[in-house]
Design a binder for this molecule. Structure first.
Ligand code: SIN
Length: 554
């Protein structure tokens, strides 16, 4: 049943809700979501909710590769563990890192058995190196399209499982919580303009990251933090939200998107030059271009500000011109499209928001602080990344914890699901063109503010500017069943959590840099965990009630 319409407007009250019951609902179609669905399908029926008609995700865009040691090489596994812990600046959860590096090789073998084709040199896998890795351990596919190759393989595998159904253009609005237990999810079916309720024994958030909170991001437009926001509204804990990784080298041209220029380019010998054409990274770190990502990002930022420039340059021109198109085919073609020949021209680059280390707090099997609700991939905070993620660990984490969450879906005691839902708890406002335009305006203001005030360098003053602005947004925001408005709602809440956590962490560590506290706090403040109530003082709820108790009939 569609939302009742009047002319081209939609009436605010929903009269009848379609209900769909299954065993597990997975929200998201990146590596974590697909792997979780494949695992959960061994235990029951699975529905995957995809907010678009395609398969866009952060995973799909991952270029560099997937880091993993060979399964039979204990020393290599230990060194991967150490590099990950070092990059995380003392804030990684030991057990989560262990799980990731030890399960990783098995998951890679599994991918190979499902048909993934990693690049080879002769009969051996080609292994790349990126910043802060002490050895070559990064597998790649089609040069610079590793995420795409893994996603395509998982999609093919998923399609063979007859008990997995994918619902495209279904946007998850809010979790359905009854007496502290997650029973399902409210969903907007965009094509039919209908509200649906999916009930399940287990809801798995695999909605990816939230790079769209920032003006400049390498993330696709779908990365709006939906899962993190839904979990917050439902009362779950989020953790480490202040740790947002800014990639140092994204294309910086007025006409182009912030296209990622993989760290693997520096791994192959790429050099960073400032406006005067001078190398500068050795002034910032002994490992120069191969220093940890947060250090390279701040160095680039510093050089840009020093020279009052919009970018620095990534120079690949000294490398063999027949090597570059072969090694980086997608990057080569994309840059050519924007008029840059990477074999001849230094590439203008600037930092760009890339990956959030924080997210919905989970245990080692992806269980959140709400019964019946799990999370995996970038939406989750397993603790595997600490204050700074090691390059090419994100696909690995998504794969390993996606598998763990899927397996865990079979271990839960059955909850009795309601037979009928009689009302929808949110107060919709009738959407109009004006209202939609107003929300686009909020979204672009938010991205600008986040970039300026809660970006690479933060301070009490800048963070408080962001808090002040919240008052305006709170007044203007209105909940309405339009996807872009619902995404704005999520972006606002996720930004609030990032800002609040950044304000509370009065030190600089990993990717979190406070100009008013430029050093590490020797007192070791640990992790910052937040729930919705913890945000209320600085970020009072928007004009949308948190999900209230619903009327279930059993
Ligand atoms: C890159 O290729 O530089 C990005 C890979 C990652 O974020 O791990």
């Amino acid at each position: 049943m569609g939302l009742p319409s009047q002319g081209n407007k939609i009436m605010p009250r929903v009269q009848k809700i379609e209900m769909i019951k299954t065993d597990a609902v997975v929200i998201g179609t990146g590596v974590a979501g697909l792997r979780a669905a494949i695992g959960a399908s061994l235990h029951g029926n699975v529905i995957i909710l995809n907010k678009t008609g395609g398969r866009e995700s952060n995973s799909e865009f991952a270029q560099g590769g997937i880091a993993a040691a060979p399964h039979d090489d204990e020393a290599a596994i230990e060194s991967h563990f150490q590099d990950t812990m070092n990059a995380g600046a003392g804030l990684c959860q030991n057990e989560a890192v262990r799980a990731m590096v030890e399960d990783g090789p098995r998951r890679i073998e599994e991918l190979l058995s499902w048909g993934v084709k990693f690049d080879k040199i002769g009969s051996r896998f080609a292994m790349a190196k990126e910043g802060a890795h002490s050895e070559r351990r990064i597998l790649r596919a089609k040069g610079d399209a590793t995420g795409n190759e893994i996603v395509q393989t998982l999609v093919r595998t998923m399609k063979k499982r007859k008990n997995i159904l994918v619902y495209d253009s279904h946007f998850a609005v809010d979790l359905l919580i009854e007496q502290g237990v997650c029973l399902g999810v409210w969903v907007l079916d965009e094509k039919q303009n209908a509200l649906k309720c999916f009930l399940a024994q287990r809801v798995i958030l695999a909605t990816g990251g939230c790079g769209q909170v920032y003006q400049r991001t390498t993330n696709p437009s779908v990365a709006t933090g939906d899962g993190i926001a839904m979990a917050l509204r439902a009362g779950a804990l989020v953790e480490d939200m202040e740790f947002f990784q800014f990639h140092p080298t994204a294309l910086s041209l007025p006409s182009a998107p912030s296209f990622l220029l993989s760290e693997a380019m520096r791994g192959e010998g790429g050099l960073l030059r400032n406006a005067d054409g001078k190398l500068f990274m050795d002034r910032y770190h002994p490992d120069a271009e191969m220093a940890p990502r947060d250090i390279v990002t701040r160095a680039v930022w510093e050089e840009m500000h020093h020279g009052q420039l919009n970018n620095v340059f990534l120079d690949m021109t000294h490398l063999k011109s027949d090597f570059l198109p072969r090694r980086f085919p997608k990057i080569h073609a994309t840059c050519l499209h924007y008029g840059i020949d990477i074999t001849k021209d230094p590439i203008p680059v600037a930092p760009s928001a890339h990956y959030i280390m924080g997210g919905v707090k989970t245990d080692l099997f992806g269980r959140t602080t709400i019964e019946g609700l799990s999370a995996a991939g970038e939406a989750a905070c397993t603790g595997a990344h600490g204050a700074n993620r090691l390059a090419s660990n994100s696909l690995l984490e998504a794969l390993v914890f996606g598998a763990r969450v899927g397996e865990d879906a079979g271990k839960i005691p059955h909850t009795s699901l309601p037979g009928k839902i009689t009302s929808f708890p949110l107060p919709w406002t009738t959407p109009t063109d004006l209202l939609v335009r107003k929300h686009h305006q909020i979204q672009s203001e938010l991205k600008e503010r986040m970039w300026r005030d809660v970006g690479i360098i933060r301070s009490k003053t800048s963070l408080e500017r962001m808090i002040q602005k919240w008052e305006d947004w709170k007044e203007t925001f209105q909940l309405t069943p339009i996807k872009s408005v619902l995404e704005t709602r999520n972006l606002l809440l996720v930004s609030a959590a990032i800002t609040e956590a950044a304000l509370r962490r009065k030190e600089s560590i990993g990717t979190h840099f406070r100009s008013d506290f430029p050093n590490r706090d020797k007192g070791n403040p640990g992790h910052i965990s937040l729930n919705r109530d913890a945000l209320n003082k600085n970020f009072p709820p928007l004009q949308d009630k948190a999900v209230s108790p619903i009327s279930c009939v059993r």
